[in-house]
Design a protein around this ligand. Sequence first.
Ligand SMILES: O=C(O)C[C@H](O)C(=O)O
Length: 465
Amino acid sequence: MKYRIEKDTMGEVEVPEDKLWGAQTERSRNNFKIGAPASIPLEIVYGFAYLKKAAAYTNCELGALPIEKRDLIAQVCDEILEGKHDDQFPLVIWQTGSGTQSNMNVNEVIANRAHQLAGKTIGEGEKTLQPNDDVNKSQSSNDTFPTGMHIAAYKKILEVTIPGITQLRDTLKKKSDEFKDVVKIGRTHFMDATPLTIGQELSGYVSQLDHGLKALENTLPHLAELALGGTAVGTGLNTPKGYAKRVSEFIAQFTGLPFITAENKFEALAAHDAFVETHGALKQLAVSLNKIGNDIRMLASGPRSGIGELIIPANEPGSSIMPGKVNPTQCEALTMVCAQVMGNDVAINVGGMQGHFELNVFKPVMAANLLQSAQLIGDACVSFDEHCAQGIEPNHKRITELLNNSLMLVTALNTKIGYYKAAEIANTAHKNGTTLKHEAIALGHVTEEEFEEWVKPEDMVGSLK
Ligand SMILES: O=C(O)C[C@H](O)C(=O)O
């Protein structure tokens, strides 16, 4: 491999000749071979591209950067956002906790690419742009990395997570309406209980997702607050007057999203409570989705020896050894995603607890985990929706069989003959393996006509939708 020499304040570093990055990126590559290759999410790099462009525009407007430099920075940022330089960001999550090396990676790529755009080869003559003085002007990693994190997370939640959850929620609502009259036996403590409809059961899942979506959306205003303008410790040292507000306005303009400057930059640098808050909502959704996935796989269990009340799509052969076996694989994928989100939540909570004095230095791990959760939940909801939820059908034969066989239909007699006599009927039927009706009449507690009139599952589901 051919190398060129790049320099930073510590001296010379060999960098692969065909790469746009510089000395500090290369040092990071050499010093942090932890889980390589590249694991800093590209979404964060794109977040940086938005903010570097916004910073260049703001610096220029406020008289701190010539227009030619602004335009070069903006042009490279646009190229980055078009995905033209995805392979120029080789760093890992497990680097400096401020993300300084990723900030410098972006600064170096912009500077070297700008040199090329100015018609020169990298290393030829004086640099067209200085990574620290021009591209990083009015910035520190301490305010840029959290800004990139917030832009990336906001976009991911808006573009992937919320649409995915909404798609699944809408299907479950449709199924809930479709099966609103299908009466089945309920279960509490895993044991037979009084009846309800499939529509009612599914409506609980819809409500869970509605609440989860609301919780997630409620976190967006905090996520919309940007740290940029705080620089090293939150005071805004080395920024021109009016910079913080204006740079956020440019970011809002370039992203089309309602970003604003954080009211308090000390919080925005030293704490990532916004991430803890947003991931809290993602965790809530994972809790809900785990229940939904578990319920559906248990209700669809069988086909001969399980509950078998629901039929779900048979998408692929389930077993390499057992012929004809089909498994609830979408439920398995969904609940595995939920397990991953729970793990990510722990990492984010631990990271969030570590804001020491003026800086939280768990930024890359918090950012990567949140982005992973947001992507996984969105994707898993779409997959579960398209390959499972949309195809859910009731197994009417099995539902009727289990409903009529249930001893808990006896609960309808409580108000007619009292709890004790009703319990005697249920216990005797269970002991003798007979029906409720048979024992109710044999014990002399009701007549056949009374039983027929009083014990009707369809009258036991209440009026709640
Ligand atoms: O990289 C920076 O801009 C600052 C760094 O994170 C530091 O506080 O030491």
